[in-house]
Design a protein around this ligand. Structure first.
Ligand code: 48F
Length: 259
């Protein structure tokens, strides 16, 4: 056993993937359920996809289920997506299915990676690149440890044809766009309108309509979609996150086809 060989293997293999991430079809911020589901369906269609996740662990809010009870609930349409991923579900009551949140998120992540998605954890998206007449053309990255340590270190940039903001409740990429260039999102106010109080049924209904291109080259998915368009949160029902991820993939593919 040679420690230097182990070190070389890790650095070389990582760098190869990181270099590959410099130019992609779709770059996704956030490896929560919405981001990972979007990534999976994009990769399945042959797109080159990368996901950048701030935290050490993937999965965002899914692993924690509801109030740390590690279970999630999905409705019929959400169950169909879990079936596609081969995640087990049990009918709790007509129209309500329960799944183990750890099985769900680990399986979704595993299937995404096996489909060709490159997931980079411990990297935060801290800015965007806007070119070609008001269009997102890339994401600006830094090690999460840099901001956690309150260091000032300049970032690096990756180019993408389409970016997806799947950063959850804080809609971080959309907020960055508004902060940097003003209220130019395709919302009523042009700004991030902010998520409304818990209303599971409305939140789940509106998330699909809200999952769309919110600025040229930028698609919103998951809780970000509801936060940006001012729709309610929905708590520990996760069907909307899965359906939104799948729709975000369709929206991104359409944008890629349009060129
Ligand atoms: O929060 P998160 O799980 O968002 P989601 O996929 O799902 C929402 C549900 O978990 C739940 C819910 C269900 O009804 O409401 O809350 O929409 O995952 C978002 C991920 O993005 C990461 C963050 O660490 C989390 O894992 N993230 C946030 N900001 C950044 C980021 C950033 N600037 N760069 C990289 N990753």
């Amino acid at each position: 056993m040679d420690e230097i060989t182990i070190s070389r293997a890790i650095v070389e293999s990582y760098m190869k993937d990181f270099m590959g991430a410099m130019e992609t079809d779709v770059a996704i911020a956030g490896a929560g359920p919405a981001g990972l589901v979007a990534a999976y369906y994009l990769a399945k269609e042959g797109m080159k996809v990368v996901v950048f996740e701030r935290q050490l662990r993937i999965g965002g809010g899914m692993a924690g289920g509801g109030m740390m009870f590690n279970r999630i609930v999905v409705q019929e349409e959400g169950k169909r997506i879990l079936d596609e991923f081969d995640v087990s579900t049990k009918e709790y009551q007509k129209g309500y299915y329960i799944a183990d949140s750890l099985e769900a998120i680990s399986t979704i992540c595993s299937r995404a990676i096996k489909a060709g998605v490159k997931v980079f954890n411990l990297i935060s998206v801290e800015d965007v690149m806007i070119r070609e007449g008001d269009r997102i053309t890339g994401l600006v990255l830094n090690w999460s440890a840099v901001s956690w340590s309150k260091l000032h270190v300049d970032p690096l940039t990756v180019r993408c044809k389409v970016a997806v903001d799947a950063t959850g409740h804080d809609a971080e990429i959309c907020s960055i766009v508004v902060k940097k260039i003003g209220p130019k999102l395709r919302t009523k106010t042009g700004e991030v309108m902010g998520e409304k109080p818990m209303w599971a049924e409305r939140g789940e209904k509106e998330i699909l309509k809200n999952t769309r291109e919110v600025y040229p080259g930028l698609v919103v998915a998951g809780m970000t979609a509801n936060a940006v368009f001012g729709s309610p949160r929905m708590g520990a029902i996760f069907g909307g996150m899965l359906l939104s991820g799948k729709k975000a993939a369709r929206v991104a593919i359409k944008l890629l086809e349009q060129g």
